[in-house]
Design a protein around this ligand. Sequence first.
Ligand code: M6P
Ligand code: ZN
Length: 192
Amino acid sequence: MPEFATVPVSPLRISFDPATASVEPAGPVLTRRMSSLEGLFADQGEWKRAVEEDDPVVYTVSSSPVPEIDRELPQSITTIRPGACGGEFYMTKGHQHPNPQGEIYLGLTGVGGLLLFDGQRTEWIDMEPGVIGYIPPHWAHRSVNVGDEPYSFLAVYPGCAGHDYQWVLDHGMGARVLRAPSGYELVPYNSR
Ligand code: M6P
Ligand code: ZN
């Protein structure tokens, strides 16, 4: 018998309902409101105004029951609402994996993008249903909704990867994604 860190998870069939942004069977559900994105949008005045007005939901993360532990392969579906704060599109906090591991995203609904930053280089992958974005180890990653409907994607990542949010606060993400006449534009992170 192989040795497991904890009791192994049974095989699972998991379904996703885009209307409720939920998975079945369900694991933890995380709701990130504007107040939980402190220090991330360039326009701090607009961010504060939005928090004080109605603190809108920016995104939800619905995880399957597969736990974030060594050897397991957890999955989650993130749904980012459409919207912008000071012209900057709604986005996830973004993180690095403290235990560097690759990750894949699969676009499910809407249109968005995957912003990647390794501390020097910035990359952008346009995401839509059916597109797989690959995140190599050591690249911080953030998702952005650049459309006018919810953007959702499936993420699959090693359970040992972890989430480091401070890295993004300390280093930025290389670029910001702003509303533009053509849809969206990427501008250097510290340009506004
Ligand atoms: C994806 C995965 C998750 C992550 C989520 C939200 O679903 O990468 O691990 O938690 O996006 O992103 P963040 O943690 O940066 O808020
Ligand atoms: Zn990740």
